[in-house]
Design a protein around this ligand. Structure first.
Ligand SMILES: Cc1ncc(COP(=O)(O)O)c(C=O)c1O
Length: 388
């Protein structure tokens, strides 16, 4: 009998949502270039426009105050806005400070390796050992920098739902930063859809970025909202297909898949999923006694559990889980290969186990049967580890 397999790596990429699968199966997938002026091109443009309207509606945003554009995913968007702000600052003869935290997604952390110009500096936001942002301290540092350089522009990256741990830092906590003039908040909302009750409430930010493959739509497509009042300089230029925001032929199927997947997500019962997650956390707490531990606190998203084993690096643990039918992940979403020290565990002062972090990220609808399956497939692995 074939081994049963459970996919528990939704934070890396989620399977396609039901509506997306049904639509692809129907074969009614528009292929024409939406910039073309013939009938098929116009049908493709209509599909893009309808999807745009749906996305605005889903997130309660209006087209007057916000701009929306599609890109290849959050990595591109993060680099696009860093570039855009660096250009805005350069053209105005000002300095730009990009703020991020060490445990942000590598797409953000890697910005520091890029040379945008000598007018661009970086500041690492402080977090404590529980990974909580030290907002007050960060605020004082930023205020001081602004007081000393009134022309300074600040681009502040905020990770709403942590991709590895599932920890949530509510957007309301950022409100007081807006008292600093010329400070702009880029909210990395990649892991929020369908995983926190307030995922459609895009408050307090200036920019919000999403990747479609994290919530049941196709890969290679994402979107960002930003306030119309922001000046913008595109990273990718060419045929100006999306006005002056991002060039390149629009990914019509990808865009339609976003609208379909978001519609499915609005049916997700996040509160119910969170209760199921709690059951899994209780199970793991018990099973990990003496052989590891997990990260848990009050504000966690509904699908993610992050844990580590004391004496087994994540690459070996992953193989062990995999041969037992459980597809989980190590470290940051989308990374692969040999175990590397996890920035999360290092930040927590857990240097000894820093290569041992494991993440399990579940579906958008966690039913009792799946939960029981996960537990019964995990139990023998933990038994083996306890007795080895
Ligand atoms: C929180 C977060 N931000 C950004 C990204 C980058 O997204 P993408 O790989 O789709 O460009 C990811 C992907 O894992 C993520 O989880």
């Amino acid at each position: 009998m074939a081994l049963e397999r459970l996919y528990l790596d939704y934070n890396a990429t989620s399977p396609l949502s039901t509506s997306v699968v049904n639509w692809l199966r129907s074969g009614d997938v528009l292929f024409a270039n939406p910039s073309s002026q013939h009938s098929d091109g116009k049908a493709a443009r209509k599909s893009v426009n309808e999807a745009r309207s749906e996305i605005f509606k889903t997130f309660h945003k209006n087209e007057k105050d916000n701009r929306l554009f599609f890109h290849s995913g959050a990595t591109e968007a993060i680099h696009t806005f860093a570039y855009s702000f660096s250009e805005t600052a350069r053209l105005a003869g000002k300095d730009l400070l990009i703020c991020y935290s060490r445990v942000d997604h590598p797409a953000v952390v890697s910005l520091e390796e890029k040379f945008f110009g000598s007018h661009v500096k970086f500041l690492e936001l402080k977090r404590d050992k529980n990974l909580h942002y030290l907002h007050q301290e960060n605020y004082e540092i930023l205020k001081d920098k602004k007081d000393n350089n009134p022309d300074l522009i600040i681009l502040y990256h905020h990770l709403w739902v942590h991709n590895e741990t599932g920890q949530v830092t509510p957007l309301e906590e950022l409100a007081f930063f807006k008292a600093i003039p010329d400070l702009y908040l880029h909210v990395d909302a990649v892991q929020s859809p369908g995983k926190i009750p307030e995922w459609r409430e895009l408050s307090h930010g200036d920019i919000w970025t999403f990747s479609a493959h994290k919530f049941g739509a196709l890969k290679g497509i994402g979107f960002s909202f930003f306030k119309s009042s922001l000046s913008f300089h595109p990273l990718i230029m060419g045929g100006a297909q999306q006005g002056n925001l991002r060039s390149g032929t629009e990914n019509v199927q990808g865009i339609k898949s976003i609208a379909l997947a978001l519609k499915d997500l609005t049916l997700v019962d996040v509160t119910k999923n969170s209760l199921q997650r709690k059951k899994l956390v209780s199970f793991l707490k018990e099973e990990l006694k003496g052989i590891g531990d997990l990260i848990d606190e009050e504000r966690m998203c509904s699908n993610t559990v992050y844990f580590y084993l004391n004496n087994l690096s994540s690459d070996i643990a992953l193989a062990l889980f995999d041969v037992n039918g459980l597809e989980i992940s190590a470290g940051s979403a989308c990374s692969s290969g040999a175990a590397r020290p996890s920035a999360v565990l290092m930040q927590m002062g857990q240097d000894k186990v820093s290569k041992n972090g494991l993440r399990l990220s579940m579906a958008f609808s966690i039913i009792e049967e799946d939960l029981n399956k996960i537990q019964s497939m995990m139990r023998p692995i933990f038994n083996k580890l306890r007795n080895s």
